[in-house]
Design a protein around this ligand. Structure first.
Ligand SMILES: O=C(O)[C@@H](O)C(=O)COP(=O)(O)O
Ligand SMILES: [Zn+2]
Length: 212
């Protein structure tokens, strides 16, 4: 099987897993992987991640032109912006999972990091989570706002929308996404009770040991 065929199969298999686990619903969310030639495989617009077929997955050039498959996600440009800013990224995951979207709808005093480092695993896999202002889905201005944060962050939260998470592989990006969703859930479970997130020294130690 070619590398491209393997990655198409991964998108189908892992998209179905996300759907079965309730992290993806309806036709919300999009996934992509980067091929060796710099083009992307990205889920088609309006597709259900639980019911993808390998042949319908879109391949787009680094400039965003459709090369084959169905019309790509309207967010292909923010996926491309993440890859341009993060040369080691091999996959990008964007979903509308419940607790992360709830977090994206709250008022936040400081947009630089909107989820506290409650656990070491969260700090290692996700790191700081900046909030990006609301833009209409598919807006090129959204892709540029994502670009501005992507160089220094593997995860970002789109206001009134949901997260974007990148990693070296699709499996790693999904693991990091799941860690973000579970941490958002813990954040809401804790509610107004006084929590004790990791302090700056402990976070810095993790950032040194596990750089993004
Ligand atoms: O929220 C949106 O509309 C998009 O960000 C999305 O999640 C699904 O869009 P498509 O990938 O174009 O289906
Ligand atoms: Zn979306």
């Amino acid at each position: 099987m070619s590398r491209e065929a393997e990655l198409r199969a991964d998108l189908v298999r892992l998209g179905a897993l996300l759907y079965q686990r309730g992290l993806a619903h309806g036709s919300a969310g999009n996934l992509s992987v980067r091929l060796d030639d710099g083009s992307l495989l990205v889920t088609p617009t309006n597709s259900c991640l639980g019911m993808l077929r390998p042949d319908q997955i879109s391949r787009v050039s680094p400039a965003g032109k459709l090369l084959d498959g169905d019309p790509p996600s309207k967010e292909a440009f923010f996926h491309l912006a993440v890859y341009e800013e993060r040369p080691k990224a091999g996959a990008v995951v964007h979903l509308h999972s419940t607790y992360s979207v709830a977090l994206s709808c709250l008022c936040h005093d400081c947009a630089e990091d909107v989820l506290p480092p409650l656990t070491a695993y969260y700090a290692m896999r996700v790191g700081r989570l900046p909030l990006i202002d609301y833009y209409r889905p598919g807006d090129r201005a959204l892709a540029e706002a994502v670009r501005a944060q992507a160089r220094n962050h593997r995860a970002m939260l789109l206001a009134n929308h949901g997260p974007i998470v990148s990693a070296a592989s699709l499996e790693q990006a999904i693991h990091a996404y799941e860690e973000l969703e579970e941490t958002a859930k813990i954040f809401f479970i804790l509610g107004d009770r006084p929590a004790a997130p990791l302090d700056a020294r402990r976070v810095a130690e993790l950032e040194t040991a596990f750089p993004s």
